[in-house]
Design a protein around this ligand. Sequence first.
Ligand code: ADP
Length: 200
Amino acid sequence: MFEEPAAALRWAQGEDRPNAPMSHEFLNGRVEVCTGDITGLRVDAVVNAANASLLGGGGVDGAIHRRGGGEILRACRELRETSYPQGLPAGEVVLTTAGNLPARYVIHTVGPIWGRDQQAQTLLASCYKKSIALAANHSLGSVAFPAISTGAYGYPKDEAAAVASTAIMEALSQADAIERVSLVFFSDADRDVFLANQQF
Ligand code: ADP
């Protein structure tokens, strides 16, 4: 399998394996950082980087609605009709069923649009803090986040890492019920930018 002993050694040490499982944990294991598709996670709540319409979109939002099925969309429509006729403001959160996802619930939050929304940092922090508070209020122990606002909404990934980690740390200090927060990146490159810029 290996052409030279050194290659076998590198393999054993994980250096040649792009997908070698590596655990990146913070806050005594309450936060884990990983790469993958958030729609496949069996957690109590998956956070959706939604848009204000709550009616689906691209990126992680599209993936959640596709895999979760019509039940999530129906719940979102009802929220629009009852509580948010103008749409969900940036920085706010709502909870719905997770439909066919392996998760139990979806927490939808709307991140700030970089270059358009004032107070983008405060709004992004609010997405993380309010999601954790909402999960705690529903006695949910595990929550998985995508990198909110860093896709179509254009928030610089390095700055988002500092804001997200600080907000999560603050929120967890007031949410004892939350045992595990998973930060799920779509690529190893995105994960590495986060790891280099987090402030846990
Ligand atoms: P926003 O509009 O808030 O920027 P996006 O969905 O466009 O949201 O992107 C947010 C982040 O989610 C991006 O870094 C993107 O690569 C990532 N992403 C997209 N699909 C998935 C997925 N299925 N699982 C995890 N992360 C995802």
